[in-house]
Design a protein around this ligand. Structure first.
Ligand code: OGA
Ligand code: MN
Length: 345
């Protein structure tokens, strides 16, 4: 993933790093129940931009906080930050139904080969990870020389597994899924697109959604071409360090970024890590666009909220559970998924 530079070295050196540290999840001992129970350390949330509240205030009273503008009022308003041109925030852009659809796709279809995931490097392509986790299957290394792995039912493991075989349960692999790539495959080791890798096009419905939301940040008369997408999966304590997405050819084109699942904190810095970042909430269903100058701004996700009170996914959970059983619900209760869609050329 995006490694922030040596963490201990520059821990406090830049404004961006200080903000990451301020919002990151730390645990502390619970003084009341001192039996080694650890609780998340409380953090100061007073400086966070909350576009849900900003949107409510704008709709009810027509007022906006200093430094925030409304770019266009259609069915739902799109907010901009005065000193970050090219950044757009569309609160609640996705309906509950759409959120459910993309959560399910992100867990079932998006990690399917030829799409690559973070597991490729170790296990090679893995098909049907989500279903295998649901069925309590275990991935067993069958062929050491060619590094071939195969899923087995729990009951068949003893038969399949020679004593020296390595194995890992599908549910552990699902928990450790950190990214998958759609369309043109991004090669994380080279931090570049590898057009020689086999790939499928991004699904039509996702392209359409991206085009619709991208329109507001597109030059007049041009249509956004979704060519590659990165799906990020965040579990408890996972973060995305401050980075730039600089491997696409034309930065005037937006990155369309959709949030699903648990609420998160997003940091939007400036062109230097010394610029103090804006911190804001990202909730399930929010869409963010980064185009033009905002493409040159460092950004990251220092925190996701997985506790019931702060995750703000009650409605999503009930929609998911009566739609498609509890496996998706159980996953999303402590997870966040981000799908970001890019025009590469
Ligand atoms: C990215 C990214 C932001 C998010 O994947 O490049 O910036 O909200 N993701 O997870
Ligand atoms: Mn990014």
């Amino acid at each position: 993933m995006y490694e922030s530079a040596n963490v201990s070295d520059d821990a406090d050196r830049t404004a961006f790093r200080r903000a990451e540290k301020k919002y990151k999840l730390y645990y502390e001992k619970d003084s009341k129940f001192s039996r080694r129970k650890k609780l998340p350390k409380p953090i100061d949330l007073s400086e966070l931009l909350d576009f849900k509240l900003i949107s409510q205030d704008f709709n009810n009273n027509g007022v906006l906080p200093d430094g925030i503008r409304v770019s266009k009022v259609d069915s739902s308003p799109v907010f901009c930050i005065e000193n970050r041109p090219g950044f757009y925030f569309i609160p609640g852009a996705l309906s509950l139904e759409e959120q459910c659809k993309w959560i399910k796709e992100s867990l079932t279809n998006f990690p399917q080969p030829p799409n690559r995931t973070n597991h490729n490097a170790i296990y090679g392509p893995i098909a049907d990870l989500f279903d295998s986790a649901k069925d309590n299957k275990v991935l067993v290394q069958e062929d050491l020389t060619n590094n071939k792995w195969k899923f087995y039912e729990e009951d068949d493991i003893a038969k399949a597994k020679q004593s020296s075989c390595k194995s890992v349960s599908a549910s552990v692999l699902l928990r450790k899924l950190r990214w998958s790539t759609l369309g043109l495959q991004f090669d994380w080791s080279k931090r570049n697109y590898d057009v020689s890798l086999p790939h499928n096009n991004i699904p039509d419905a996702l392209c359409q959604l991206a085009k619709t939301h991208a329109a507001i940040a597109m030059p007049d008369g041009e249509e956004f071409r979704p060519e590659g997408a990165i799906v990020n999966y965040f579990g408890i304590g996972d973060t995305l360090g401050g980075h730039l997405d600089d491997m696409e050819a034309d930065w005037s084109k937006p990155i369309v970024s959709m949030s699903l699942g648990c609420k998160a904190i997003f940091l939007l810095g400036g062109k230097s890590k010394d610029d103090p970042p804006h911190a804001m909430y990202l909730r399930s269903g929010d869409v963010v666009l980064m185009a033009g100058e905002a493409r040159e701004c460092f950004h990251g996700v220092p925190r996701i909220f997985t506790d019931e009170k702060n995750a703000e996914i009650g409605a999503l959970e009930s929609e998911l559970s009566h739609e498609s059983g509890h496996f998706f619900t159980e996953y999303i209760k402590t997870s966040r998924i981000n799908i970001n869609i890019r025009q590469v050329f």
